[in-house]
Design a protein around this ligand. Structure first.
Ligand SMILES: Cc1cc2nc3c(=O)[nH]c(=O)nc-3n(C[C@H](O)[C@H](O)[C@H](O)COP(=O)(O)O)c2cc1C
Length: 194
């Protein structure tokens, strides 16, 4: 996409393309963005795999173990920020929105059906993620012993919907930074000083 930095509309288009590319392209930095949520008064950040991007609805899909602390934290406060920086593209994207958790419903069923066998294994770990333990070896997954389908009961889908997108493009001749804010069907767009 050439000269996308010259208009707000093409900046947004580029941002959407960059996020989209992160779904299938495992080499893209947007394949593993950072999701930040509240942990009481603290902020918690972690890497997750981007599974789907619905451009129309501005929804990013992530998977997680429903026993993990972040699920409880998000249920308390679902405000979230997603961030990634692509070193090759020299593009940083920041998204602000909220997360909806799904567990054992049509959304998780569909996502589980399309989850690779290897990824399903993670959900069969015998205790909750983040639990303090003495010996990590005890928690290694024995691939021959587990019934991968049992992991479904621990499988959760996080749907992150954003209302704010900011893109920063680093360019020798002059950086470009722009913000986009959605309010129902209205969209406010503006350049920002980089
Ligand atoms: C490359 C990479 C990909 C990851 N993908 C996920 C993921 O898709 N979902 C997830 O819950 N955790 C994923 N993790 C682990 C999280 O970063 C985090 O350590 C874990 O989920 C515990 O987070 P919590 O204590 O906030 O619940 C990934 C970590 C790395 C390094």
């Amino acid at each position: 996409m050439k000269d996308f930095e010259n208009s707000l509309d093409t900046m947004l288009e580029k941002a959407f393309k960059t996020i989209s590319n992160g779904v299938e392209n495992t080499k893209s930095y947007f394949h593993t963005p950072t999701v930040c949520t509240f942990e009481g008064q603290d902020i918690s950040a972690r890497t997750v795999v981007l599974r789907e991007f619905n451009e129309q609805e501005r929804i990013l899909r992530f998977h997680t173990d429903q026993r993990s602390p972040k699920i409880f934290q998000i249920r308390e406060n679902n405000i979230a920020t997603v961030h990634a920086y692509d070193q090759e593209e020299k593009i940083q994207i920041r998204l602000k929105g909220s997360i909806e958790i799904h567990h054992q419903d049509s959304i998780t069923k569909n996502a589980w059906k399309n989850t690779r066998e290897m990824s399903k294994e993670c959900y069969s770990v015998k205790d909750s993620p983040s639990k303090e333990i003495d010996n990590p070896v005890e928690f290694d997954i024995d691939k021959n012993q587990i019934d991968r389908e049992m992991g479904y009961e621990n499988f959760a889908v996080n749907l992150f919907t954003f209302q704010y997108l900011e893109i920063l493009y680093l360019k020798r001749s002059g950086h470009r930074r722009a913000m986009f804010k959605w309010d129902n069907d209205e969209i406010k767009k503006n350049w920002l000083i980089p």
